[in-house]
Design a protein around this ligand. Sequence first.
Ligand SMILES: N[C@@H](CCC(=O)N[C@@H](CS)C(=O)NCC(=O)O)C(=O)O
Length: 214
Amino acid sequence: MTTDLKLYQSNGSPNSRRVRIFVAEKGIELPQVPVDLGAKEQFSEAYVAINPRRVVPTLVLEDGPAIGEVPAIMRYLDEAFPETPLLGSSPQEKALIQMWERRMELEGFAAVMETVRNRAAGLKDRAIAGPHDYAQIPALVDRGMERVKDFYADLEARLAEAAFVAGPALSAADITAFVTIAFATGALQLGIPEANTATRRWHDGLAARASFSA
Ligand SMILES: N[C@@H](CCC(=O)N[C@@H](CS)C(=O)NCC(=O)O)C(=O)O
């Protein structure tokens, strides 16, 4: 399925990866425009005109408007391309997927992000991505590590009772949880604990899907 949409994204950005996997899983062919975060292209005049918040990803619609924020981009794509829904079909499914995706984002993804950004030497005055500069708070690093460990424990409990994060079917909640784990493993050396067998089984199943290498 081809589109006239454009996705501004960066290969090294975990938030961009959430959208890339979502798009691949739905089978949408979406032209991608690379934004080089290493070269600070997110601050360039051209990109700020597209997304004044200076972050990726951004989805630009064929008639002009730009959509930022990963959950909003996912929402647009799931409604515009309703085949293979990843945000649910019935009111109940939609609410449960949103509930779980939000938990994965707030308790998992955001915890990893907070830890990484308050620790990395290269992000000294950039502890929060976006239009404003914030100093790092070193105490957030230890607390963040604790939060990530709690995320792993909570995820294990959930996956011991359900095949996928939001229930019996794959959804956006799985994508956010999967990218969170890749991010924690790569940036914090906090991989899935050895004893978390339900999480490992679920993770192996997702890693075998071509879409999850997007
Ligand atoms: N809340 C935003 C967060 C986006 C975000 O933090 N993107 C990061 C990359 S993962 C970024 O653009 N960072 C640029 C910077 O640090 O200056 C979303 O959901 O899209």
